[in-house]
Design a protein. Structure first.
Length: 195
């Protein structure tokens, strides 16, 4: 059965329509989107990149991710937590990343909060995010309009992180994180990656 909002790649595989024909988007969709990446550092990176994505397209961030990783020392939490004003200036002059001072400062602040959170409890950030996984998955998303932008769980995750002091973690951003990390499966019915 054919479903709208799917694209068929040159390899004959059906994918969620947002992928289009972009090779990097296809790779990301097939290999990363919805695939859990255990550990605090991966989760910190995802939160940081989702924050940078706010107001932009994900492909913009994805294409700049190598530059982000280099500029932010592979999102090493301890290193980013120790960034100074000189690092902010360095980042504001780095054309490989999104040069938004509020977002850069947010990543540094979030690193400091993460460092405190995991100091006596490694895995605490990862576990905190995963504690907001929905009890029930919706495996019948057939069109893009079936996918919400915000859920009760993403609102709760956003609220929890904001109480800890995190920024750029609004409920829409956190729902995108939940999709990326695999807390929810939003591959459309008919997509070769749908469960």
């Amino acid at each position: 059965m054919a479903y709208p909002n799917l694209v068929i790649g040159d390899d004959g595989l059906a994918r969620c329509g947002w992928v289009g024909s972009d090779v990097e988007y296809m790779r990301y969709h097939d290999e990363e989107w919805g695939v859990p990446q255990p550990g605090d550092q991966f989760m910190f990176e995802k939160i940081a990149l989702e924050g940078f994505q706010a107001g932009l397209s994900w492909i913009t961030i994805l294409r700049r991710r190598p530059g982000f990783r280099d500029a932010f020392h592979n999102f090493d939490i301890a290193k980013v937590a120790n960034y100074t004003d000189a690092d902010v200036d360095r980042l504001m002059n780095d054309e490989r990343i999104i040069r938004n001072k509020a977002k850069i400062n947010s990543v540094i602040k979030n690193a400091r909060i993460t460092q405190e959170l995991i100091a006596d409890n490694p895995g605490a950030l990862y576990d905190l995010v995963w504690s907001h996984q929905p009890d029930v998955q919706n495996p019948t998303r057939k069109v893009m309009t079936d996918i919400p932008a915000v859920t009760a769980e993403s609102e709760a995750l956003s609220k929890t992180l904001r109480k800890l002091g995190f920024s750029f973690v609004g409920p829409t951003t956190m729902y995108a994180l939940m999709q990326s990390e695999g807390l929810v499966d939003d591959h459309l019915v008919g997509c070769h990656k749908a469960q």
